[in-house]
Design a protein around this ligand. Structure first.
Ligand code: SF4
Length: 443
């Protein structure tokens, strides 16, 4: 291989926050092995791709990037290309990667923490290394992480998903649910607070089905305990599943001031018939009951969701049921997606009956309606004084960028001579509202 200088590496990440955090762990582990991070792909000896396959578009982005790497390898054959994440768990794609001739290491979504040893074994043998065993148990303890943010830290509390929603690849790509011990999660939260972080985001494909292997804490109790860690001022969690969402979680938010006023509760559809075809495990009525718990909370908890339009068999009246649910719930924010058939999922055997143009039309109607909801929900905050965590500055607008506990972006001015540092908290009076952000002045 190369001369004695330390090897340089670069990582590219697609997909969700769990992938972002897995890449933070990969970076820390490779740095512990003496490799040096670089932002410049031309000087990298090791190129790591952490992939996503939740939608076809995500895979296409990775495949076209891999195409470019093929040319790079022709001019620099010694470069080590390692591809990991959810795409590698799909047999057809994994076969393509094995035969590609320019991918040296293929590692699964449960083996990211073993990349350093996989690189060593490739260096030793020069043979392609493949490690995609989903039975691999991710480490129960905390892993080191070179965190991208200096102000908020991700903490993975569980891996995998057992829900098998009919359209989703995650259970096949990330394996069975495995929760970390609550003591290990709390120890990691304390270390993060000692490093000066004040915001923690708990991560899992479905954090509500957290099951403490030590049998000590429910998810709501773990949430509250993390919220009581000295130095932590904000705790968020992602992603919840309505079937496993409990009143205790709302009561914990009401009781523990550091738990943020925001819940992300993906509904996916407002039609119980479609929810059944999606194997979501709850009806429209069940979902609205959870919403009523959140709306009845003492604190003003903001609610966001995910919705898929154009699921196989979705009729205009199913879609209307989704639109009626939007009007009933009035979400603070929403992520809308067109149904994308995923290989080897039960839904992929259903007739993809809604045309692409109809999917696009429904998505537009959904987003236009949501924009109106958001304009109203944001306008309700006019004149309020909110605590905002500073995330950075927008020099062009001479504004400070921050976020409220409800996870709303707040752009504001500050009379103080010194620009407040990222991670600091200010009281901000809201003087103007927009569909996607609030504006104000520090008080
Ligand atoms: S809960 Fe459903 S949609 Fe979410 S990761 Fe699990 S299987 Fe996928």
């Amino acid at each position: 291989m190369q001369d004695k200088r330390p090897m340089k590496f670069i990582t590219f990440t697609w997909g969700c926050q769990m992938n972002d955090h897995d890449s933070e762990v990969i970076r820390a582990l490779l740095e512990q092995r003496g490799l040096v991070w670089t932002e410049d792909i031309e000087e990298a000896d090791v190129i790591v791709l952490n992939t996503c396959s939740v939608r076809k578009s995500a895979e296409q982005k990775v495949m076209s990037f891999l195409g470019k790497l093929k040319h790079l390898k022709e001019s620099r054959p010694d470069v080590v290309v390692a591809v990991g994440g959810c795409m590698t768990q799909n047999q057809e794609i994994s076969d393509q990667l094995r035969k590609s001739g320019h991918v040296n290491i293929i590692f699964g979504a449960r083996s990211f923490h073993r990349l350093p040893s996989l690189i060593s074994s490739y260096e030793r043998t020069g043979n392609q290394v493949v490690e995609t065993d989903l039975e691999e148990q991710p480490p129960s303890g905390a892993l080191p992480a070179h965190r991208d943010s200096r102000i908020k830290a991700y903490v993975t509390i569980m891996y995998g998903c057992d829900n098998f929603c009919s359209y989703c690849v995650v259970p096949y790509a990330r394996g069975r649910e495995r929760s970390r011990g609550s003591a290990s999660v709390l120890a990691e939260a304390r270390r993060i607070a000692d490093l000066g972080y004040t915001e923690i985001q708990l991560l899992g494909q479905n954090v509500n089905s957290y099951r403490d292997p030590e049998g000590k804490r429910s998810f709501a109790e773990l949430l509250a305990a993390v919220g009581e860690v000295a130095g932590i001022r904000r705790v968020r969690f992602m992603t919840s599943h309505p079937r496993d969402f409990t009143r205790e979680i709302v009561q914990a938010i009401d009781a523990v001031p550091t738990l943020c006023d925001h819940v992300h509760l993906p509904v996916q559809s407002g039609s119980s018939r479609i929810l059944q075809l999606m194997n979501r495990g709850y009806t429209r009525e069940d979902y609205l009951e959870r919403v009523s718990w959140i709306k009845a909370a003492r604190r003003p908890i903001a609610l966001s969701t995910d919705i898929i339009v154009g699921f196989p068999g979705e009729t205009p009246s199913d879609f209307n049921a989704t639109m009626e649910l939007l009007a009933q719930v009035e979400y603070d924010s929403l992520f809308g997606y067109k149904y994308s058939s995923r290989p080897d999922t039960p839904a992929s055997t259903m007739a993809d009956s809604v045309s692409e143009s109809e999917k696009a039309a429904r998505l537009q109607v959904l987003l236009d309606r949501q924009r109106e909801s958001q304009r109203i929900s944001y306008s309700k905050q006019l004149g309020q004084i909110l605590e905002v965590m500073v995330e950075g500055v927008n020099p062009a607008r001479e504004q400070i960028i921050g976020r409220s506990s409800q996870n709303k972006p707040v752009n504001f001015t500050c009379a103080q001579p010194i620009t407040p540092a990222p991670g600091s908290y200010l009281q901000v009076k809201i003087t103007a509202t927009h569909p996607n952000s609030l504006a104000g002045e520090a008080v």
